[in-house]
Design a protein around this ligand. Structure first.
Ligand code: F0G
Length: 459
């Protein structure tokens, strides 16, 4: 037989393994009930394959672990901070660095500095913590992502794009002085890990420059976005991920980063800006909320692991295998007929719960229900990204998002292709018995970010 196949494979081999507990259906039934049908409240011990998130769940390399041993745990001026600062400047191209314990620490500081009461913050789809910090700083988030992003079936290759007409309308309506910045994310998480194109970014830069509005980049998954630009956008096939990442950042004024994703560490984040005034204020404020400006809530060793992880994250072979594994799982699920968000995104597979369980109304939590059923089948832990995650508006009304999804998030460098097969087969089994699945009611609701701790009961 003539071979024409050219598979991707991991550019690493396994040096240490973590043993997993296998559970029985009866054990899972008990565990899920005790967790109030919220996968966030399961004990990780009771989980076989953990796809709750790609945040802080990646496997570090031997080099990163070696870096951990080189931690300089001085209270001030740790050498690991200076290493990290240099990497952020070299790789990402931002001038000033404020480390934070994770992404939301940076969001808190940035929102407090830039947002005044009554301000509008346009963004390419909300993210839970990002929007909440904007609201806590008395701002109002406005969604300016293109309409295609709200349609799971639409195969537009850059569903993370900003709708510039929507943005112009907002500027006209409120005035540019009411818009402190545009909150632009690469690899839009809530849309299914969908990328923004370089063309769109350039246009966004031109429009915001005209109105003197900053662009702040949520660069949590910027390398994955760069990969899609390399694969899909004209003129970028010959460019490296490193070059593309730097070009993306060059159209923005600053960034918040959850390094727990792209940057391959278990904890860490930062705020990076080009503007000295914003930096000065942030450097002062970080002392109040995180720690001194040369550690921001992190140990020296964590900053070292991050500095090394950033370098590994923009390696072309790494990112090809990373996204390749996600696409492998997505294609397998499609073969089984499981409805997923298309095109397949960078960090996970998003199952369309509205299509999967059309008989369950949105106020009976189809995605929450489906995540619970997936766990019950084979011990795979996923996460709701629908009406529970969307939460309530400032006036107390529920947000009812168009997308009602279950996210199968793939940690980086952790699971094998055989795990992907097990996951797809399990989703297919649940799909086969979908008609017998009933919705749920919420019996406990916390005030902030309710999806983390809410509890449910089967109807
Ligand atoms: N921005 C994006 C796009 C994110 O995905 C996250 C976290 C944050 C900001 C906040 O960063 O967790 O370090 O404070 N996302 C995680 C997830 C929680 O599972 O998607 P953090």
């Amino acid at each position: 037989m003539k071979n024409s196949k050219h598979s991707w494979a991991e550019p690493y081999k396994i040096k240490m393994v973590e043993l997993l507990k296998m559970t029985t259906p009866a054990q899972r039934k008990k565990a899920m009930k005790e967790a109030g049908y919220n996968t966030f409240l399961l004990k990780s011990e009771d989980v076989y394959i953990d796809l709750l998130t790609d945040s802080g769940t990646s496997a570090m390399s031997d080099r990163q672990w070696s870096g951990m041993m080189m931690g300089d745990e001085a209270y001030a001026g740790s050498r690991n901070f200076y290493h990290l600062e240099k990497v952020v400047q070299d790789v990402y191209g931002y001038k000033y660095l404020i480390p934070t314990h994770q992404g939301r620490g940076a969001e808190n500081i940035l929102s407090k500095i830039l947002i005044k009461k009554g301000d509008i913050i346009p963004g390419n789809m909300y993210f839970t913590t990002t929007r909440l910090h904007q609201e806590l700083a008395s701002g109002k988030f406005e969604d300016i992502i293109i309409d295609e992003a709200h349609d799971p079936e639409n195969e537009f290759p850059f569903k993370g794009n900003v709708d510039l007409v929507k943005l112009e309308k907002l500027i006209k309506k409120h005035g540019a002085e009411k818009i402190p910045y545009v909150s632009m994310a690469t690899s839009v998480n809530m849309a299914g890990g969908q990328p923004i194109s370089m063309k769109n970014l350039k246009e966004l830069r031109a429009l915001t420059k005209k109105h003197k509005i900053r662009v702040i980049h949520d660069m949590t998954r910027v390398a994955e976005n760069a990969y899609f630009i390399q694969q899909r956008e004209k003129g970028y096939q010959q460019k490296t991920i490193r070059e593309i990442v730097k070009e993306i950042n060059s159209y923005t004024d600053g960034a918040t980063m959850s390094a727990k994703k792209d940057a391959l560490v278990n904890i860490g984040g930062f705020l990076a800006v080009n503007d000295w005034d914003v930096f000065e204020e942030a450097r002062n404020m970080v002392v109040v909320y995180e720690g001194l400006h040369t550690y921001g809530g992190l140990a020296g060793r964590d900053m070292e692991a991050m500095a090394i992880g950033i370098g590994e994250s923009i390696n072309d072979d790494h990112i090809r295998a990373r996204v390749g594994q996600v696409i492998y799982l997505g294609e397998k699920m499609m073969e089984y007929g499981v409805p997923i968000v298309k095109p397949i995104g960078g960090h996970g597979i998003f199952v369309d719960a509205k299509k999967f369980l059309p008989h369950i109304r949105q106020d009976q939590f189809p995605a929450q229900t489906l995540a619970a059923e997936i766990y019950l089948d084979a011990g795979v832990r996923t996460m709701e990204r629908g009406v529970v995650s969307a939460g309530r508006k400032a006036n107390g009304e529920n947000y009812f998002p168009k997308l009602e999804l279950v996210r199968f998030t793939i940690p980086r460098r952790v699971y094998t292709q055989a795990h992907m097969d097990v996951i797809a087969e399990s989703a297919a089994r649940v799909y086969d018995r979908r008609n017998s699945i009933k919705g749920m009611k919420m019996i406990y609701e916390p005030k902030y970010l309710r999806f983390f701790q809410a509890k449910f009961e089967k109807l």
